[in-house]
Design a protein. Structure first.
Length: 425
């Protein structure tokens, strides 16, 4: 039995908490800081996941025996190293990579260099700083449009620009290097655009062995038909029709296993989730990016399909015993539709009452993201508010159930895409 501390406050954390709550090995669940959804599954604690001293106090006062880090920022800031260096904490297992391992997400340049060192197929690229901006403009001129510019550091999932014209790309490069994304874009990675269909693949590793979780496809643009600016994610589906056993074997042998082997060869401590943002190009997988945690809103679909005890998996990853833990996917399909605040991903208002949550059922689940409890009522508290997810025998049935659930809930300014999954089904 475990007393588990889950760090984070979004839809990913609610989905992880929902799956953990199904385990007979979960004694007590603490979520810091959590949201209105996680409050129904455990104890929300008002602790900032990046305040490591406050996390330590919570862990020791509540006899926590396993820590699960949901978002990337505490990992990039080195929470795993903090635990390892503290005499009172070092015996408590943490699910997440070391600070060096977290650079796979914390620095796009680090990740691309790692891919190159280990022969992992990815787009041609170069990295630039303000002092080499002229070289960046010249490199852009060697690429075909559209042009891809990525802030090197963390930018809340919004630091990637895809630009059609060369002149605009060169101007955006200057703007990024000039502080468009703050410190995150002091270095900018410019890379060739890959044409294909994207796919999210998730592994859980203890640094030696790994387990692949159900794959998913997410939808980043705010508008239907993949129009408008990038967001944290507006929906997801799982399984993905083109992720055949033959294709996934290519993913395993060309991308997943070289990554795990590369981490071991470079002695980078890594015990946690590893996200592979892939694209299928002419039938072959290429790696766009790594994340060092589960995706959101893919986690919602993945957890619905995961046929395993999540607590067993998390313990195995953190303690180095993952090879002995069973992991499979349910044959059913899952679909997730995100309801956001009007104006997202730009300026939006919050604090609106959410109505109809009690009507969600029939195989659908309302995973909370940007929500809060005030006076016993649930209110909006973020850009992405809810993720309505459903499991059904077929992808179309799962989407139908998810959209039925979307119609059951309402709040001022509710924004969602009506075309999730339509491009692959």
């Amino acid at each position: 039995m475990h007393n588990i501390l889950l760090l984070g406050a979004g839809g990913r954390e609610h989905a992880l908490a929902w799956k953990m709550r199904q385990s007979p090995r979960l004694a007590q669940l603490l979520v810091a800081p959590g949201n209105a959804g996680t409050a129904a599954l455990g104890d929300n604690v008002d602790v900032d996941p990046t305040d490591f001293a406050a996390v330590k106090a919570l862990v020791l006062s509540r006899a926590v025996s396993l820590v699960v880090v949901g978002p990337e920022e505490p990992l990039v800031r080195g929470i795993v190293d903090y635990f390892a260096a503290d005499e009172a904490l070092r015996g408590i297992p943490v699910v997440g990579p070391s600070q060096q391992g977290a650079q796979l997400e914390g620095s796009k340049d680090f990740a691309k260099r790692f891919m190159a060192r280990h022969g992992i197929p990815t787009a041609r690229y170069r990295s630039f700083t303000r002092s080499s901006a002229a070289d960046g403009a010249a490199f852009l001129a060697t690429l075909a449009h559209p042009y891809v510019l990525k802030a090197d550091g963390l930018a809340a999932g919004k630091g990637v620009l895809i630009v059609d014209s060369l002149a605009e790309a060169q101007a955006q490069l200057q703007a990024m290097l000039g502080g468009m994304f703050g410190e995150a874009s002091r270095t900018v990675v410019v890379e060739e655009f890959l044409r294909g269909v994207e796919l999210s693949v998730f592994a859980l590793t203890d640094g030696a062995s790994y387990k692949l979780l159900p794959e998913a496809k997410d939808y980043k643009r705010v508008g239907e038909g993949d129009a408008g600016p990038n967001t944290g994610g507006m929906g997801s589906v799982s399984p993905v029709p083109f992720a055949t056993p033959e294709f996934m074997e290519k993913v395993r042998t060309r991308i997943v296993e070289p990554t795990i082997a590369g981490l071991r060869a470079e002695r980078i401590a890594y015990r946690g989730f590893l996200f592979f943002g892939l694209i299928r190009v002419e039938g072959n997988p290429m790696l766009i990016e790594y994340n060092v945690r589960m995706g959101d809103p893919e986690t919602q679909s993945v957890m619905l399909r995961l046929d395993a005890d999540l607590v067993d998996l998390l313990e195995g990853a953190a303690c180095g015993t993952l090879a002995a833990v069973a992991c499979a996917a349910l044959p059913q399909a899952a679909a997730t539709v995100v309801c956001a605040s009007g104006g997202y991903p730009g300026t939006y208002r919050k604090g609106f009452p959410i109505r109809g949550l009690e009507r969600v059922g029939g195989g659908a689940v309302a995973f909370h993201a940007g929500t809060r409890l005030r006076g016993g009522a649930v209110e909006t508290d973020g850009g992405r508010v809810l993720a309505l997810a459903a499991l059904a025998p077929t992808p179309l049935a799962a989407l139908s159930k998810a959209y039925e659930a979307v119609e059951q809930v309402d709040y001022e300014g509710k924004l969602f895409r009506r075309d999730i999954g339509k491009d692959v089904l």
